[in-house]
Design a protein around this ligand. Structure first.
Ligand code: HEC
Ligand code: HEC
Ligand code: HEC
Ligand code: HEC
Length: 157
C-alpha cells in the first residue's frame, strides 16, 4: 500500500468516527411517539383503563405548523429553537414528579413540575385554545381532541 493511499484511508476513518459521534450527540426526531410514561399502570388506586395517546409528532410540526419551541423549552421555560439532530431532553427529565398529590388540593392543580400537569398543560392547553378559536366557548369541542377519551384510548377487555 502506498503512503498516499494510507493517509487517505486514515483521514476517511477519522471522518467517519467524527460523523458517527456527531450523530450520537443529537436525538432522532421521531415521527410518532406513544406517550406512555407508565406511571399510571403502577397506581394502586387507579388501575390501567387507558392506553395513552399517540402523538403525531411529525404531523404536529409539519402539517399543523407548531414550532418546536411551542412544546420544547429549556430549564428556564424558554422556548427552544431546535433543528433536526439537536439533543432533546425528555419532559420527564425536568418534570420529575410522577405521583399526583391528593385530589382537589391546590398543589394538585398548580404544580407544573408534576409530569401529568405539564403534559396536560401543553397538549390540552393548546387544543382548547384551538377549539375556542373555532367557536366552542369551553374549548372542549372542535378540531383538536380535548376530552379524556379522545387522547386516552380505553383498553378493551
Ligand atoms: C390532548 C390529549 C390529552 C387529553 C385530552 C387528556 N390527556 Fe391525560 N395525558 C395526556 C398525555 C400525553 C399524558 C402523558 C402520558 C403518560 O404519562 O404516559 C397524559 C397523562 C395522564 C395521566 C397520568 C398518567 C401517568 O402515567 O402518570 C392521567 C391519570 C390522565 N392523563 C388522565 C386524563 C383525564 C382524566 C383526562 C380528561 C379530563 C385527560 N387525561 C385528558 C394526554 C391527554
Ligand atoms: C406538539 C408538541 C411538539 C412539537 C411541536 C415538537 N415536539 Fe418534539 N417531542 C414532543 C414530546 C411530547 C416528545 C416526547 C418527550 C418525552 O418522551 O418526554 C418529543 C420528543 C422529541 C424528540 C425525542 C426525544 C427523545 O429523547 O426521545 C426529539 C429529538 C424532538 N422531539 C425534536 C423536535 C423538533 C426538532 C421539533 C421541531 C421540528 C419538535 N420536536 C417539535 C413534543 C413536540
Ligand atoms: C430542562 C428542563 C425542562 C424540560 C426538558 C421540560 N420542561 Fe417544561 N418546564 C420547565 C420549567 C423550569 C418550567 C417553569 C416552571 C415554573 O414556572 O415554575 C416549565 C414549565 C412548563 C409548562 C408550563 C408553561 C407555562 O408557561 O405556563 C408546561 C406546560 C411544560 N413545562 C411542559 C413541558 C413538556 C410537554 C415538555 C417536554 C416536551 C417539557 N415541559 C420539558 C422545565 C422543563
Ligand atoms: C401548540 C399547539 C399544540 C400542542 C402543544 C399539541 N397539539 Fe395536538 N394538535 C394540534 C393541532 C393544530 C391539531 C390538529 C387539529 C385539526 O385537525 O385541525 C392537533 C391534533 C392532535 C390529535 C388528533 C390528530 C392527530 O394528528 O393525531 C392528537 C391525538 C393530538 N393532537 C395529540 C397531542 C398530544 C398528545 C400533545 C402533547 C404531547 C399535543 N397534541 C400537543 C395542536 C397542538
Amino acid at each position: 500500500m502506498n503512503k498516499k493511499l494510507l493517509t487517505l484511508l486514515l483521514t476517511a476513518g477519522v471522518a467517519v468516527i467524527f460523523f458517527a459521534t456527531g450523530l450520537q450527540a443529537g436525538t432522532d426526531v421521531p415521527d410518532t411517539i406513544t406517550m406512555d410514561y407508565n406511571n399510571y399502570k403502577k397506581r394502586k388506586k387507579a388501575p390501567p383503563k387507558f392506553k395513552f395517546a399517540i402523538l403525531s409528532h411529525k404531523k404536529h410540526a409539519e402539517e399543523y405548523k407548531i414550532s418546536c419551541g411551542d412544546c420544547h423549552h429549556d430549564k428556564d421555560n424558554k422556548p427552544l429553537d431546535l433543528k433536526p439532530g439537536d439533543a432533546v431532553q425528555k419532559c420527564v427529565e425536568c418534570h420529575t414528579k410522577l405521583a399526583k398529590p391528593k385530589k382537589g388540593t391546590k398543589k394538585e392543580k398548580k404544580d407544573i413540575m408534576i409530569l401529568e400537569n405539564a403534559m396536560h398543560g401543553n397538549c390540552v392547553g393548546c387544543h382548547k385554545d384551538i377549539n375556542k378559536k373555532a367557536g366552542d366557548k369551553k374549548g372542549m369541542k372542535g378540531p383538536a381532541p380535548a376530552s379524556c377519551g379522545k387522547c386516552h384510548v380505553k383498553i378493551k377487555k
